[in-house]
Design a protein around this ligand. Sequence first.
Ligand code: 8YV
Length: 328
Amino acid sequence: MSTKKPVVFVTRKLPDPVETRMMELFDARLNVADKALSREDLIGAVQSADVLVPTVTDRVDAQIIAEAAPRLKLIASFGTGIDHIDLAAASERGITVTNTPGVLTEDTADMTMALILSVPRRLGEGERLLRAGKWTGWAPNFMLGRRIWGKRLGILGMGRIGTAVARRARGFGLSIHYHNRNRVAEDTEAELEATYWESLDQMLAHMDIVSVNCPHTPATYHLLSGRRLKLMQPSAYVVNTSRGEVVDEEVLVQMLRDGELSGAGLDVYEHEPKVNPELLALDNVVLLPHIGSATLEGRIDMGEKVLINIRTFFDGHRPPDRVLPQLL
Ligand code: 8YV
């Protein structure tokens, strides 16, 4: 490593131990006020830094990358999803891109499981009713939900998070079904007693609960399209802790409103932080503000990964979580 420390621009406030280490290792520019960056701020960052550390809320699109000074060599994203970065533009400029996979898996799977339980058992609705002072007491027919045990869970995207969801779901008596680009290893399938559906259409038509766990890429944009959502049973539920863009939100809302689906548990939305006002008015949904991976431990682990990716890059090694350049 040269004696001159690389300038590392961090777009949002990170946990204290991460920021302290960032200061020790690099010439770090921190966002003490934790104010989301404007486009102008982001352009200023890519013009003055060797490394940009963005988060999911920073749109590092082709235009921003075109404005980058030649010194910008690394985009070390704080997060697993990389749909906020224009990878083609970064590749063209020879910029290395890294992310923080693996350390969010268990937290995100926990939150997915929480939503899988919450929606059919009407947790959100019950809590709202109680807080509003409308609870008049126990009654045999009061707030009946649907049983989790024995139902079929269809996982869309059987990567790290999808598999971690499946392991939890098995403990709750759900049977595991999945659709994925590739079939998972035989022993994983056997361990989870999972059924693979090559046809997503077919799987959707047969599931009680569908959990979206695939990343957002050009190929998965609106993978749960209006047409596909309409294949689901009216008694079914949708849970999404991945990216809002994977689901056609407008059709989802219409179906929830018209009773064509029984409910939804959402942690992510198509136009974050905007949430469709119609969703807010529905009782059969549990809505969370993109907190699937929001644990202190997770954020520190993510920061540690960012530090390692930057450090190895400037030590002349291949960063462990390299997204770009792609491995052949
Ligand atoms: C992170 C996420 O909190 O990592 C991801 O892909 O969606 C989130 O859970 C976020 O990316 C932080 O930048």
